[in-house]
Design a protein around this ligand. Structure first.
Ligand code: NAD
Length: 693
């Protein structure tokens, strides 16, 4: 059974009281506590919780509510990281409609986050409210009738403990908030939502129920705790298990989005997009430049997370982060010039110009195999172009999606310009129902086709980066057969073979066929398969369990139809989704391995008699992403490259993407272009100005 989780925000003072407030009897075997710590910055854990407690502690930084910098009893320093971290918690709870109990400083923070102000010091009222050394004050409280608090405590008045010198400014209360209890001197002692429609449980108290005298019997503690536990147990979050494909262990259980939370996020983006679009391109680029730097600063942690959830060998996770930074650098350096308005006619009575405007709110539904690379192709130019982005990371790279979101926020991209949709395909489907202004998808042909059909009637741009069955042809004149085999092998097995532009089938001229196959086979047998965190590992596990059986079925189909298995062919029966790198010869186009996308470290090598036969076979596919030719002779290769119907062609290289060149697929490999200047313009729409006068 998955336990319900109460996230308690870490405080440097008296944290143990909050933790110990919940006894074994309270938690039974179905609820557990999670420390949410601004020190550890464990944001991903926020996404696993079913309810939250915002605790007491150091004053909220006055910059958050435009307060005075100097006031009585101010702390020697603030904890802005804590304020920001708890803002993430509170906003997460609000978009997911999860229960919140905010205590003392927690109540003050909630008011500030709703736009309210604080009394920065209670001055003479401190005699009643401020702690005396280590001892809480005690005073009376009056509860407002017909409030959530009166319902919970079933009281009109009582005695509570008190340990604060700041308070809610009731004349500057945040939006949709209501004071539900007052001290005799008029100090606000509790708060809740005024209009509770579509709002989850939220109760704020200025006192400390976790350490009040007689807390086991006191209704100002026990009733609140009981109700909060009830709300926690009643919350109905659907969970997504994040599994480590190398060990099959569950890393964590994340809350999936649902229709309600997706709608809330959409309204945030709707509000935020015009504001984001109204700042200058340079300011938006400056945020992205910070994101670029943060990717580097946090590279070890980001790479570890990526490897843990996808099984990508750790060095390749680092390579991916570097590659993503290179692409981002291209967008940083080149976007302004391609987004600037263009004066077309400056003379005569009618002037003409083109202005590039954002599309609006776009969906970025993404794949797991290179979450950074395929993600930045879309969300970076989209954000720079002034769009708000609804980013749907794959369910197999959710933690990376959360990391991307947090680093973008840290870089200055506003929360209402970038939101993530967490979950499986069903959550992606919810985005298709929204009135978004563009759909940018990376993934399989099957899902891409479905999305294109679903959004077609909206008449908004729909770009698809889909799969491939990319061929590599080795001509008889290659300079070095062994090196060519090495390059082809890398093209097949890099990222455990799970690249959209991985080499998926090899054709070799009959004159050098035997030598090539020998070299390829001897090299494949030397490859190190193992744990992706081991630095010497070249091939790790596949990311998805079902892919092992899928590849075995392709291999069996080929063998049944007469193929020869020269290496591999089996899954590896330890824990984890491992399969041996595999090579098959005597293959033909009757076999699935030569026609259907494999997406794993397996390949068929077919002998051809000449370039014409190679061309015919290379073209015999529904896909059209890339094709590679190895030869000494450029003219001979170019003659073939011109005829091949793919978005990318390679001479003496393969399985590579460049930020400066357009990335596009033809036929079932997709629609539209990312990267290069065309991938900058893909996220804006031209407006033609005819200016007379
Ligand atoms: P997928 O199609 O299974 O999933 C892609 C995304 O779509 C995921 O986020 C998924 O949750 C979402 N999704 C699934 N069903 C949906 C629905 N009904 N509505 C909306 N969203 C839905 O693909 P995948 O397994 O994540 O990725 C592998 C595929 O992606 C391979 O075919 C690969 O070749 C391709 N790919 C292509 C490129 C490229 O640049 N051309 C790059 C990377 C991957």
């Amino acid at each position: 059974m998955i336990k319900k989780k109460i996230g308690i925000s870490f405080t440097t003072t008296n944290f143990q009281y909050y933790w110990n407030w919940f006894t074994e009897n309270d938690l039974q075997n179905d609820v557990e506590l999670v420390e949410l710590s601004f020190v550890k910055n464990n944001v991903a854990d926020v996404f696993t919780c079913d309810s939250f407690i915002l605790t007491g502690g150091v004053d909220v930084d006055p910059s958050l509510y435009n307060g005075n910098k100097i006031y009585n009893n101010q702390p020697s320093s603030y904890q802005i990281e804590r304020d920001n971290f708890e803002k993430i918690i509170f906003e997460y709870a609000q978009t997911r409609s999860l229960p919140v109990l905010a205590i003392c400083r927690g109540m003050q923070l909630v008011n500030v986050l709703h736009g309210g102000k604080l009394i920065q010091d209670l001055d003479e009222l401190n005699i009643t409210h401020r702690k005396d050394g280590d001892i809480d004050k005690q005073h009376e409280v009056n509860i407002e009738q017909k409030t959530l608090l009166s319902q919970i405590t079933k009281s009109q008045k009582g005695n509570i403990n008190s340990a604060h010198h700041q308070a809610i400014n009731k004349n500057n209360l945040g939006e949709n908030l209501l004071i539900n209890a007052f001290a005799k001197d008029g100090t606000a002692e509790g708060m809740e939502f005024k209009n509770k429609t579509n709002k989850a449980f939220m109760l704020c108290v200025q006192w400390h129920p976790e350490r009040i005298i007689n807390k086991e019997e006191n209704v100002f503690s026990i009733n609140i705790k009981k109700r909060f536990l009830e709300e926690t147990r009643n919350s109905t979050m659907k969970k997504l298990s994040i599994i480590n494909p190398a060990t099959e262990e569950i890393i964590t259980e994340i809350n999936e989005d649902n229709e309600e939370s997706i709608n809330k996020k959409f309204f945030l983006l709707k509000e935020g997009q015009p504001v984001w679009a109204s700042i200058s391109v340079d300011e938006r680029i400056a945020c992205i430049a910070k994101f670029h730097a943060l990717l580097d600063e946090n590279k070890d942690e980001l790479a570890n997370t990526l490897t843990s959830e996808t099984g990508k060998p750790l060095q390749q996770s680092h390579n991916e982060l570097n590659g993503a930074r290179n692409r981002i650098k291209f967008f940083i350096d080149n976007s302004a010039k391609h987004l600037a308005e263009e004066l077309i006619t400056t003379e005569g009575s009618t002037k003409e110009k083109i202005v590039y405007e954002p599309l609006g709110i776009i969906a970025n539904i993404s794949a797991w195999n290179y979450p950074y690379l395929v993600g930045v192709n879309v969300f970076i130019p989209a954000l720079i172009g002034g769009n708000a982005v609804f980013y749907k990371p794959s369910e197999y790279s959710t933690l990376t999606g959360i990391n991307i979101q947090q680093l973008l926020y840290k870089s200055g991209v506003p929360e209402n310009a970038f939101q993530i949709a967490v979950g499986r395909g069903t959550v992606g489907d919810l985005l298709l129902q929204l009135p978004l202004d563009g759909y940018f998808f990376t993934g399989s042909y099957k899902t891409g086709k479905y999305i294109a059909e679903r959004v077609a009637t909206k008449l908004v741009p729909c770009q698809l980066e889909l799969g491939g069955k990319d061929p590599l042809y080795v001509m008889d004149d290659v300079a070095d057969i062994s090196k060519t085999a090495e390059a082809a092998l890398e093209g097949v097995v890099y990222n455990n073979g799970q690249s959209c532009c991985a080499v998926e089938r090899i054709y070799v001229h009959e004159k050098i066929y035997d030598q090539f196959v020998d070299s390829y086979t001897s090299q494949i047998k030397k490859m190190k398969i193992g744990s992706p965190v081991d630095a010497s590992t070249e091939i790790g596990p596949l990311s998805r369990k079902e892919q092992v059986d899928f590849l075995l079925s392709q291999i069996n189909d080929a063998v049944e139809k007469g193929a020869t298995l020269l290496a591999g062919g089996k899954s590896i029966s330890s824990k984890g989704y491992f399969i041996e790198p595999t090579v098959l010869t005597n293959v033909n186009h009757e076999m699935k391995i030569m026609k259907d996308e494999s997406f794993g470290p397996v390949v068929g090598i077919q002998k051809v008699k000449d370039d014409d036969e190679a061309l015919l076979l290379m073209q015999d596919t529904e896909y059209g992403l890339t094709a590679a030719i190895y030869s000494k002779n450029y003219e001979r290769a170019e003659a073939m490259m011109k005829k091949i119907n793919t978005g990318t062609v390679y001479w003496n290289c393969c399985d590579r993407v460049s930020a400066t060149l357009p990335w596009s697929g033809r036929k079932h490999s997709g629609l539209g272009t990312t990267l290069s200047f065309q991938g900058i313009r893909a996220f804006v729409q031209p407006k033609a100005y005819h200016i007379r006068g």
